[in-house]
Structures are given as structure tokens and as C-alpha cells.
Design a protein. Structure first.
Lengths: 328, 122
């Protein structure tokens, strides 16, 4: 009974909460809370699913001895002692099931770890190659606002390439890579906005959140909260970085930078020519920021969703743990 | 300047700027004017770069003469390729400032911006 309840709750969160969150985060009002809410939803589905499975297993195990004894008596008659039926019908299959489950989990974890390791190796190689090939962005402190290529975590390097591009490579040390094409289309304030945006990605460990949610999406196909997670997390992380950059350099500089970088691409890129509209959405949001009241309403709603998810999932785990263990 | 990685970059750029193969001694003599540095540091850094595949070398008398295995432009192009349409593994870990836009979206953007910035003074 309780297992069914928890299962129902898990399904509801996994299927319904994405709809709600999509609605609440569509316009990117309070992107930070939105990102938090999506992550909370994923974590609470994982946790309550684990609780449901534990409860189910507990219930199954609780009913098994009687069933096993009945089967044993009908087969072996009087020779059936508790020791015999327990080991033959009860403990052996249980052990096999447990070992199979652990092996599956281990294989999944190993595969995921391997993929992460491979990605990490390629990232580190990319960062190193960029650091060696690129030139250091000189520190420019003239005329008021300082634009600096150096920050706590690593260096900013400039690659000779005509197409305007800017991206960050996580790692120790991390690197922010700009192309000479990007420097050509950005003025000082806009460059500051781009750098602030990339630093916000690195500081917020957005790459980790994105690759984690991708791993979940690959492990649980068909579950909306996980399949929609990566795109939403990536989109909201982008908006969070925009907000950080806007706070630092002001909205106009960031909008101008987005435009310059987005439209200044003189090099035709046929493979990427499909418009997603993501950049327009970002620009719209910056030019026409939500009113204070709307901001507060969305923030409150997102905070309420997060609070509800964490408290209910917390309760579920608090009750399921001892229940499953006690019955098992 | 600081850091070991930084010296690797400086040395590679010096090698790229040289038209012909260089010896450790030649680079050391150039570097010595810019910063206090030991000959052995330059040598071990170039040895590292050779080990990592950035530099090729051949014996010339008692010393090695080093050349870059690929030009600066080739490395830049390779990095940009990996960054822009690498997909797969690297896609997960590089965060771009903007996705590249097609003509239609950039046109829409320009219109929107000019309208809104004219309409509402800040």
C-alpha cells in the first residue's frame, strides 16, 4: 500500500512537475530558482523512486517466507524445516537477485564513469592545446572599467580564427577561449560582458550540471523529468550566466555583445544554420525584463515547488527507510 | 609571467615565429633577455613539448634542432573545429557564449533591438 503511494508520487513528480516547471521557467524569470527547481525535481524523483523500490522489495520479502513455506511443505512434506525452505526457496533467489542488481548498477556506473573520464580527458587536452596555441588576453585597465584576462581560476586566451566565438573549458586550470574574430567585433564593455558570462558558467559549475543531467537522461529514457532535463538545465544555465554578466556590465553591453557575436558570423556555417531562436529569447529577456511583481510571483512559485518537493521526498525517505528495513 | 604551462605557450610561439629549426640554446638566448630563466628549464620544457607531440626534433651535431609539428594556424583551426562542431564528448563541457545564428534570426534580432531601444529610453 505505502509502496504504491510512493510509486504514484514518483510518477506524478516525474510526469507532471516537468509540465509545471516548463511553464514557470519558460520566460526565464528568476533563472536561478528555475535551475534549482529542475535539479530538485530530478533529485527528488531519483530519491523517491529508490524509496519506492526499497518499499516494494521490503513488502515482497515480508510475504515471501509464508509463501516459501507453503511451497516447500507441498513438495517435501514433513521433511521441510525452516532451514531448508528458507535457503532453497527464499535466500538463494534473493541472493541471486541482489547480485544481479548490484552488477547492473556497477556496469551502469562504470559506463557512466568511463564516458565522463573520456569527456574529461578531451576537455583537458582541448584546454591545454588552447593555452599553448592561444595568446594571453592582455590585461587592459585603461579608461575606467577594467577588462582583465586573468581571474582566479585560469587564463583567457585568444585564438587566431576569423569566426567570432567565445567559450569556456572547465578544468584546473580552466580556460576561457576567445577568437580574434570575436575581439574584432566587441568593444571593451561587450568583451567584459562576454568574459563575465563565461566566468559565471565556470563559477556555477554549469558544465557539471549539464553533463550530470545528460547522464540521467541516457540512463532513464522516456521519463519526462529526465529527458527534458538537459535542455532545460542548459537553457537556464545560459540565462543564469546572462544575469551574472548583466549585473556586472549592464544589460546594454550584454545585448550588444550577443548581437555582435551572434550576427557577426561572416563565415557561413551550413551545419549550424538552423535557427533555434535561443539567442533571440535571451535578447528579448534582457531588453524587456520582467516587472518586479512578476519576478516575485514566479520566484515565489518556484521556491514553493522546490520546498514541496524536498519536504515530501524527505518525508518519503524518512518513512520508507525504516519501513523497508523493518519488514525485510 | 607565471606557471609552467605559460612557458610552454611562450616557447611554442617562439618556435612558430622562427622560420627555420631552432636549438634550445637559441631560444634560451632570446628568453634570457625577457625574464630570468635557467637553460635547463628551457631544455626540459622543450623536451616536454616534444614528448607531447608539439615539437619534432632532429640531431644536429651535439644539439637537437626543433620544429613545430603543425603551424599555429593548423592548431587554431583544429581547436575551432572541435569547439564549434565537435559534438559528442566535447560538447558536454564547452559552454559557448552564443550559438551561431542563421540569417533569419539575426535579422529578426536587429529589428527587435532597434525598435525597443528607440521606443524606451533607458
Amino acid at each position: 500500500m505505502s509502496a504504491a503511494l510512493v510509486f504514484g508520487y514518483t510518477l506524478a513528480v516525474a510526469w507532471l512537475v516537468p509540465v509545471l516547471l516548463s511553464r514557470l521557467t519558460r520566460h526565464g524569470v528568476s533563472a536561478r530558482l528555475g535551475l534549482g527547481a529542475w535539479l530538485t525535481a530530478m533529485a527528488s524523483v531519483l530519491a523517491s523512486a529508490a524509496a519506492a523500490v526499497a518499499l516494494l522489495a521490503g513488502a515482497a520479502i515480508a510475504g515471501l517466507p509464508r509463501l516459501a513455506e507453503a511451497v516447500c511443505r507441498s513438495v517435501a512434506g514433513r521433511a521441510c524445516t525452516p532451514v531448508v525452505y528458507r535457503s532453497a526457496v527464499f535466500e538463494v533467489p534473493l541472493g541471486v537477485a541482489a547480485i544481479a542488481a548490484m552488477l547492473t548498477a556497477a556496469v551502469l556506473a562504470w559506463r557512466y564513469g568511463r564516458a565522463m573520464q573520456r569527456a574529461g580527458r578531451r576537455t583537458r587536452a582541448h584546454a591545454e592545446a588552447a593555452r599553448i596555441t592561444g595568446r594571453r588576453l592582455p590585461v587592459d585597465g585603461s579608461a575606467g572599467r577594467t577588462v582583465t584576462g586573468e581571474w582566479g581560476g585560469g587564463a583567457t586566451v585568444v585564438l587566431d580564427a576569423p569566426q567570432p566565438a567565445a567559450y569556456c573549458v572547465p578544468g584546473r586550470p580552466a580556460a576561457i577561449v576567445l577568437t580574434s574574430g570575436a575581439l574584432a567585433v566587441l568593444d571593451r564593455d561587450q568583451l567584459g560582458a562576454v568574459l563575465a558570462h563565461e566566468r559565471a558558467h565556470l563559477a556555477g559549475r554549469h558544465h557539471l550540471l549539464i553533463s550530470l543531467s545528460r547522464g540521467l537522461a541516457a540512463s532513464f529514457p522516456g521519463v519526462p523529468v529526465f529527458t527534458r532535463g538537459p535542455a532545460e538545465v542548459a537553457r537556464l544555465a545560459e540565462l543564469c550566466a546572462d544575469d551574472a554578466a548583466a549585473r556586472r556590465t549592464g544589460r546594454p553591453a550584454l545585448v550588444a555583445a550577443l548581437l555582435a557575436m551572434g550576427t557577426g558570423a561572416a563565415v557561413p556555417a551550413p551545419a549550424l544554420a538552423v535557427t533555434s531562436g535561443a539567442v533571440s529569447a535571451r535578447v528579448h529577456r534582457l531588453i524587456d525584463p520582467p516587472r518586479r511583481g512578476r519576478h516575485a510571483r514566479y520566484g515565489l512559485a518556484l521556491a514553493a515547488v522546490m520546498l514541496l518537493l524536498t519536504s515530501v521526498s524527505g518525508l518519503v525517505i524518512a518513512f520508507a527507510g525504516p519501513l523497508a528495513a523493518g519488514l525485510g | 609571467m607565471r606557471g609552467f604551462g605559460d612557458l610552454e605557450s611562450v616557447i611554442m610561439h617562439m618556435v612558430w615565429d622562427h622560420a627555420c629549426p631552432v636549438t634550445v640554446r637559441e631560444l634560451f638566448d632570446e628568453l634570457r633577455h625577457e625574464r630570468p630563466i635557467a637553460y635547463t628549464t628551457v631544455m626540459s620544457t622543450m623536451d616536454n613539448l616534444h614528448r607531447k607531440g608539439w615539437l619534432a626534433r632532429e640531431k644536429d651535431g651535439k644539439a637537437y634542432r626543433y620544429t613545430a609539428t603543425a603551424s599555429r594556424e593548423e592548431y587554431s583551426a583544429r581547436l575551432m573545429r572541435e569547439a564549434l562542431d565537435g559534438g559528442g564528448d566535447t560538447e558536454a563541457v564547452l559552454s559557448h557564449f552564443v550559438a551561431q545564428m542563421g540569417g533569419a534570426e539575426s535579422e529578426v534580432l536587429r529589428t527587435v533591438v532597434s525598435r525597443l531601444t528607440r521606443g524606451r529610453p533607458r
